[in-house]
Design a protein around this ligand. Structure first.
Ligand SMILES: NC(=O)c1ccc[n+]([C@@H]2O[C@H](COP(=O)([O-])OP(=O)(O)OC[C@H]3O[C@@H](n4cnc5c(N)ncnc54)[C@H](OP(=O)(O)O)[C@@H]3O)[C@@H](O)[C@H]2O)c1
Length: 420
């Protein structure tokens, strides 16, 4: 924290001045007495009067000094030049590496626009961590590519534990490890450790939030920490943050397409009349679908995101167990053709309405704003006075997720006073 010194006398100067004047007064009085002048009552009276006068003056000066310094300290609370966010990144994969690239590229912009300074102190991988207390040079790290374990500050076998983080001095943790859909681990433990230690969290990993949304929120509150998980749903589309701009409205329903893989497959089946298997194979070849695509095509990925949306935007307290889920593998080209002939398309929708959560293929009017093609995501919120609001964008991609993480990072930095 930088303290800016104001111009003007300090306390010692004021006290010296007061005592100096008082001293002169005593000498004057003494000389007057010894010069044979009358030891008149007047002189004693004048002496006492002057002493009181100078005492009052010194009290006033001291009060003024204290007030000035209170102002300086108050002012220093807003002088954030030397405050830094000290970051630990957990998971140096697609999203983690993309984030570091953006942080490097935008360092000057973050400084200029938000007066925001940061250091990446630690980067954790499954088998160890890079730890440098004075900050990892992101440029050199990125140049190392996959060989970053050769760096001298790589430590084998180190993991994100209570004991470790109390020694490395971080104040924000970015969680970007893969999701175990059943346990939410290892991300769930990472998030809990961070929050329990008063460390703010920005996460892209949805598992912990569709499994233990309420517990995580409660833990953050108890520890006076912030937790941002905008990247967990529709990646860069700022759907969770939209809540802050709709505080005067009640959101009553959510309808969304939240899985790019399913939407790509259905779009291809609709456009080309090809069967499900062929469209899936094409998606895998293009890198839109995993080798094991079941989480996507069976609807569980969309279900997890729907839980987070409903809890955040509708104020529900659901978990993934509460979602009624049906996948898209049973959809045939004939069903798609039939829908088409009636002016409809088949889309894999995630719906939250009337206290129920559903993920299933549904007929959608061809001109509906939810009828989007390819790997895009789209979310429609129904509100009481603003009517329907639709947001659409890329629901996947390293840079897209990293962009949502960066927004979360800046938001927390502002709340903490690390950024303006
Ligand atoms: N990519 C996207 O488009 C996107 C969008 C939104 C949200 N997300 C979410 O963001 C998270 C990261 O996604 P990603 O695409 O970056 O995945 P990724 O490329 O697989 O990266 C994850 C990284 O975490 C590492 N890791 C695994 N276990 C770990 C542990 N216990 N401690 C520390 N690191 C560990 C992995 O190491 P190894 O690979 O060596 O095992 C890998 O380097 C996921 O939860 C994903 O669902 C991704």
């Amino acid at each position: 924290m930088e303290i800016e010194f104001l111009h003007g006398p300090n306390l010692i100067q004021i006290l010296l001045l007061v005592f100096f004047k008082f001293f002169i007064l005593l000498i004057e009085s003494y000389l007057n007495l010894n010069n044979g002048k009358k030891k008149s009552f007047n002189i004693y009276y004048k002496l006492i009067f002057n002493i009181i006068n100078y005492l009052i003056l010194s009290i006033l000066k001291i009060q003024e000094y204290i007030k000035q310094n209170e102002l300086k300290l108050y002012k220093s609370d807003f002088t954030v030049n030397s405050m830094e966010i000290k970051i630990a990144l957990i998971g140096y994969g697609n999203v983690g590496a993309s984030l570091l690239k953006i942080l490097k590229e935008k360092r000057q912009l973050l400084k200029n626009n938000f007066n925001m300074n940061y250091k990446v102190i630690a980067i954790f991988e499954y088998d160890g961590a890079l730890i440098k207390k004075d900050g990892i040079d992101i440029d050199s790290l990125l140049k190392k590519g996959d060989n970053y374990r050769e760096l001298p500050f790589w430590k084998d076998g180190i993991t994100f534990t209570n004991e470790l983080i109390s020694t490395i001095g971080i104040n924000l943790c970015i969680e970007a490890t893969p999701t175990n859909p059943d346990t939410g681990e290892p991300a769930l433990s990472h998030i809990k450790i961070a929050l329990n230690n008063g460390i703010d969290v920005v996460a892209s990993n949805k598992g912990p939030f569709y499994l233990e949304y309420d517990k995580i929120k409660k833990l953050a509150k108890e520890n006076n920490s912030y937790v941002n998980y905008e990247a967990t749903v529709a990646s860069c589309v700022p759907i969770l943050s939209l809540k802050n701009n709709l505080i005067g409205n009640t959101i009553t329903q959510i309808k969304a397409i939240l899985n790019g893989t399913c939407n790509y497959i259905l779009s291809r089946m609709t456009a080309e009349g090809i069967p499900f298997d062929i469209a899936l194979k094409e998606a895998q070849e293009l890198g839109f679908a995993e080798a094991n695509p079941s989480l996507d095509i069976d609807g569980w990925d969309a279900a997890g995101k729907l839980v987070i949306l409903a809890n955040e935007l509708l104020g529900w307290s659901k978990s993934i167990k509460d979602v009624d889920v049906r996948g898209i593998s049973g959809i045939t080209p004939q069903a798609i053709e039939l829908a088409k002939s009636d002016g409809y398309v088949i889309k894999h929708l995630a719906i939250a309405e009337n206290d129920k959560l559903l993920v299933e293929p549904r007929l959608l009017e061809r001109n509906s704003p939810l009828n989007i093609s390819g790997t895009l995501n789209v979310i429609e919120l129904l509100t009481d006075y603003a009517g329907p609001i639709v947001l659409m964008g890329r629901g996947a991609g390293g840079f897209e997720a990293a962009s949502a993480i960066l927004n979360g990072l800046i938001d927390i930095a502002k709340k903490r006073g690390y950024a303006k």
